[in-house]
Design a protein. Structure first.
Ligand code: ADP
Ligand code: MG
Length: 699
C-alpha cells in the first residue's frame, strides 16, 4: 500500500523542486510526513486583543484591532519608510514598512477595520510595529483558529520567500493530502493507554492548530514521548544486540599480580567507592560478555588506581591491557605513576605516543606484539593500525568524554574478540544525558574522595580587587608555589580572546618581573604546547598563563593557585575541572574567580555556587538549573542517533525515563521483534533510521 505521507515533499501542492530543496537543506524535510513534524515554536492567542494604551516596548507579539488614520513617507535613503498612523480609540501606534511603499498603499486603506499582529518596539521614543501581519477584521472573524502557530523560518528560507504563514499553509496541505484518512499511529494501543497518550493524528492536528492554549500540553507530551521512545528503543536495542552477540573474554582468576599488589604495594587504603567500583568491574569481566562501562568520578577521586587494578586482573588472566589518554602529557603522567606503582611487580609497562620514535618505538611495538609488554600507556597512537597486540583484553580510555560509539568500535579490530572497555571521565554527566550519549554503556560512579584532602578555598574577586589578588599571588610565589592563570577562549570571538590572553601574559610578565611567566594555548603547535607545559611541570616557570587546554588531568602538585579570568564566561562544570588542577599537594590551595564588577544576577549566583560547593555533581545540577544544559547538551546531541525536534534531553528527563522504561519493557516482551502489535513500532523505527542515513549522506 502506498503511504501518502511518504510522498516526496516536492510533489506537495505549492512546493515544487526549488522549494523542496530548501526544505531539505534547511529543515531536513524530505517527505510529506516530515512536513507534519515541523512543529510551531510558539503561538499567538488570537482570542486576545490588546489595547494600544497598554502597549510597551519588549512585549511579545500582540494583536490589535483598529483603523489606519493616514499614511506618510518618512526618513531618507535606507531609512526611508512608509508609516501608517493606526488607532483603536485608546491611542495611536505607528505601523512601519521599509521599501514597500507602493505595495502598502495598494493593499491597505484608511477606514477599514484590521486585525494587526506584530511585536511592539520603541523607535524614536514612540511605540511602533514594523512589518505587521494584517487582516481585515470581518474576514478574520470567520477563522476558526484562535491560536495562531508560528513556524521557524531560517534567514536563507526568508530570502527564498518562505514565511511562517507559508509554512502553515504547507502543513495544511500535508493534512489535506491524507484526505479522510488519519495519520497512522506509530505506537501500539496498549502504550497509548498505559502512558495516557493522545493518538498521533490528534496530537499532530492539535500541535499545529490548537483550539485553545489548554489543548497544547497533551499534544506536546504525546509527541515528545514518541520522540524519546524511539530514541531509547534504538539505543537499548543496539546494546541488547551487542550483549547477545558479542562474547567477551572471561577474566575468571584473581591471580598473583592482583593479590601481590593489593596486599603489599597499595600505597593507601582504597575508599569504599573505589572498592565498590572494582567489584562492579570484576563482575562484568567474569560474565563472558564484553564489558562496556563508563566510570564517572570527580577530579581526584582516584580513577587511576581503579584502572590499574583492572589491568592487573587482565594480566592475571594472560591478557594485555592499554590505557589511553587524550594528550601526551597525560599519557606520560600516567606512565610515570604506573611505573612507580608497579615497581615491585613482574608486570612490564610501556609508553607509546607520537614522540616515541626510532629504536625505542620499535622495541615497544615488538614487546606489544610478542606479549612481553602487558600494559601499554599512550595517546590515540594506540589505535593506529601499526600497533598490533598479541592478546589485548582490556582498553581503558581516560578523561575523554567525546570518545563516541564509533571510536570505541575501532578498538574492536585490535583482536579477534573485542576487548573489554572502560571509559573514565571526571565530567559529571547527569543521568539523563548518560542515558543518551552513553546509552549503550553501563555506569559506575566513584562518589567519594580519598580522605584527608584539604578543600580548595574558592574566592570571587572583581576587577577592583586586582591589587589584592596580585599580593596574594606574590605571597604564594615567595612560598615557592606555582600558579595557573586561565583565560577563556571561546570560538566565536577567538581573535579578541587571544588578544586578551596575550595582554594578560604581558601584564603579568611586567607585574611579576622577578618570576618566570609562561604561556600555553590551543593555537600553538602541539610540540610548543607540550614544551610550555613541561617547563611548568618541572618548575622552571612559576606562572602559567593559559586557555582551558590545561583543563583535563594535568597533575602539578606544587601548583596551589588557580586564577580564572572572566570566570563568568565559563560553564560551572568547566570551572570545577579547572579548580581540580590545584589542591593536589599537601599545601592549602586556592581558586580565584575574577569577574567584571557588574554582574548579571545569574552570573553572581553561579560564582556563589562555586565558592560554596566543591562537589562536581552538585555543581553540574545547579548549573543546569540556572542556564540550561549548555555544553552538556551539545555533547549529548552530537552523540545521539536521532535529532530531537521537540523533546529536551534535560528538561524532559522524567519523560525520558518513562520512555526508556516503555522501550525496555517492549524489548523484554518481544525480544524477537515478531509480535503483531509491535509491527507499527518497527516500521517507524526503520523509517527514522533511514532518514538518519540520508542526512549523514547529505552533510
Ligand atoms: P582522578 O580520578 O582525577 O584521575 P587520580 O587517580 O589522579 O584521580 O588520583 C588523585 C590522587 O589521589 C592521586 O595522587 C592518587 O594517588 C590519590 N589517591 C587515589 N586513591 C586514593 C585513596 N584511596 N586514598 C588516598 N589517596 C588516593
Ligand atoms: Mg585522572
Amino acid at each position: 500500500m502506498l503511504d501518502p505521507l511518504q510522498t516526496d515533499i516536492k510533489f506537495l501542492k505549492g512546493v515544487g523542486p526549488a522549494r523542496a530543496r530548501i526544505l531539505n537543506q534547511e529543515l531536513q524535510v524530505t517527505t510529506v510526513r516530515d512536513m507534519l513534524y515541523c512543529f510551531p515554536y510558539k503561538y499567538v492567542d488570537r482570542s486576545v486583543i490588546h489595547r494600544i494604551r497598554d502597549l510597551q516596548d519588549g512585549m511579545p507579539y500582540v494583536q490589535l484591532k483598529g483603523q489606519i488614520m493616514h499614511f506618510s513617507m518618512e526618513g531618507e535613503g535606507r531609512r526611508r519608510r512608509m508609516v501608517a498612523a493606526f488607532s483603536d480609540g485608546t491611542g495611536f501606534v505607528e505601523l512601519v514598512w521599509f521599501n514597500r511603499a507602493e505595495w502598502v498603499t495598494k493593499t491597505y486603506s484608511c477606514g477599514v477595520t484590521y486585525l494587526v499582529l506584530a511585536k511592539p518596539t520603541l523607535f524614536n521614543g514612540r511605540i511602533s510595529l514594523a512589518h505587521p501581519e494584517m487582516e481585515v477584521a470581518a474576514e478574520a472573524s470567520s477563522q476558526p483558529l484562535d491560536m495562531m502557530p508560528f513556524y521557524h523560518v531560517s534567514e536563507r528560507m526568508k530570502k527564498q520567500g518562505f514565511t511562517s504563514r507559508l509554512m502553515a499553509e504547507l502543513v495544511h496541505r500535508a493534512f489535506e493530502q491524507l484526505g479522510q484518512a488519519t495519520v497512522p499511529e506509530t505506537l501500539p494501543p496498549y502504550l497509548l493507554q498505559r502512558h495516557r497518550l493522545l493518538p498521533l493524528d490528534e496530537a499532530l492536528h492539535r500541535i499545529h492548530h490548537p483550539a485553545t492554549a489548554a489543548a497544547l500540553p497533551e499534544a506536546v507530551r504525546r509527541l515528545k514521548f514518541e520522540e524519546l521512545f524511539f530514541l531509547q528503543l534504538d539505543i537499548l536495542r543496539y546494546s541488547r544486540h551487542r550483549q547477545m552477540h558479542t562474547a567477551g573474554f572471561v577474566f575468571s582468576r584473581v591471580g598473583i599480580h592482583f593479590m601481590k599488589f593489593y596486599h603489599e604495594c597499595l600505597p593507601f587504603e582504597l575508599t569504599e567507592a573505589q572498592k565498590r567500583v572494582v567489584r562492579e568491574i570484576r563482575h562484568d569481566l567474569g560474565t563472558g560478555r564484553q564489558m562496556n562501562r563508563l566510570l564517572q568520578g570527580d577530579v581526584g577521586s582516584g580513577k587511576t588506581m581503579v584502572a590499574l587494578l583492572c589491568c592487573l586482573l587482565a594480566a592475571d588472566n594472560g591478557f594485555q591491557s592499554c590505557i589511553m589518554a587524550p594528550t601526551e602529557i597525560l599519557a606520560e603522567q600516567h606512565y610515570a605513576s604506573l611505573q612507580q606503582y608497579l615497581d615491585k611487580l613482574d608486570v612490564r609497562v610501556a609508553l607509546l605516543t607520537g614522540s616515541v620514535k626510532g629504536k625505542q618505538r620499535r622495541e615497544v611495538l615488538t614487546g606489544v606484539a610478542d606479549g612481553s609488554i602487558q600494559l601499554l600507556v599512550g595517546t590515540h597512537a594506540l589505535i593506529e593500525p601499526t600497533v598490533g597486540f598479541l592478546n589485548l583484553g582490556l582498553v581503558i580510555i581516560d578523561e575523554q568524554h567525546r570518545f563516541g560509539v564509533k571510536q570505541r568500535a575501532k578498538l574492536w579490530t585490535k583482536n579477534v574478540r573485542p576487548p573489554h572497555i572502560l571509559v573514565m571521565t571526571a565530567t559529571p554527566i547527569p543521568r539523563t544525558l548518560a542515558m543518551t550519549v552513553y546509552g549503550d554503556l553501563d555506569v559506575s560512579v566513584i562518589d567519594q574522595l580519598p580522605p584527608g584532602r584539604k578543600p580548595i578555598r574558592t574566592v570571587h574577586y572583581t576587577q577592583t580587587h586586582l591589587a589584592q589578588l596580585y599580593d596574594g599571588m606574590r605571597h604564594q610565589l615567595r612560598l615557592g608555589r606555582q600558579i595557573y592563570v586561565v583565560f577563556p577562549l571561546i570560538k566565536e570571538s577567538e581573535t579578541q580572546d587571544l588578544r586578551d590572553l596575550e595582554t594578560g601574559f604581558n601584564d603579568l610578565t611586567g607585574i611579576f618581573a622577578d618570576f618566570e611567566v609562561g604561556m600555553v594555548h590551543g593555537k600553538m603547535k602541539p610540540a610548543d604546547k607540550d614544551a610550555a607545559m613541561r617547563r611548568f611541570k618541572e618548575g622552571h616557570t612559576h606562572i602559567l598563563v593559559s586557555t582551558t587546554v590545561i583543563e583535563v588531568g594535568v597533575n602539578v602538585p606544587n601548583a596551589s593557585v588557580m586564577v580564572v579570568e572572566n570566570a563568568e564566561r565559563f560553564g560551572l562544570a568547566q570551572l570545577h575541572q579547572l579548580r581540580g588542577r590545584v589542591g593536589r599537594g599537601a599545601e592549602q590551595s586556592y581558586c580565584i574567580l575574577v569577574t567584571k564588577d557588574r554582574l548579571a544576577e545569574t552570573s553572581r549566583r553561579r560564582m556563589q555556587i562555586m565558592v560554596e560547593s566543591c562537589d562536581g555533581f552538585e555543581i553540574a545540577e545547579e548549573d543546569m538549573k540556572l542556564r540550561g544544559p549548555g555544553d552538556l547538551e551539545g555533547t549529548a546531541q552530537s552523540g545521539m542517533p536521532f535529532d530531537l525536534k521537540i523533546a529536551h534531553v534535560v528538561k524532559d528527563r522524567d519523560l525520558m525515563q518513562e520512555a526508556r522504561d516503555a522501550a525496555d519493557a517492549l524489548l523484554q516482551a518481544d525480544p524477537t521483534e515478531q509480535l503483531p502489535q509491535h509491527a507499527v513500532v518497527w516500521r517507524q523505527l526503520a523509517l527514522l533510521k533511514k532518514r538518519q542515513i540520508n542526512f549523514s549522506a547529505i552533510s
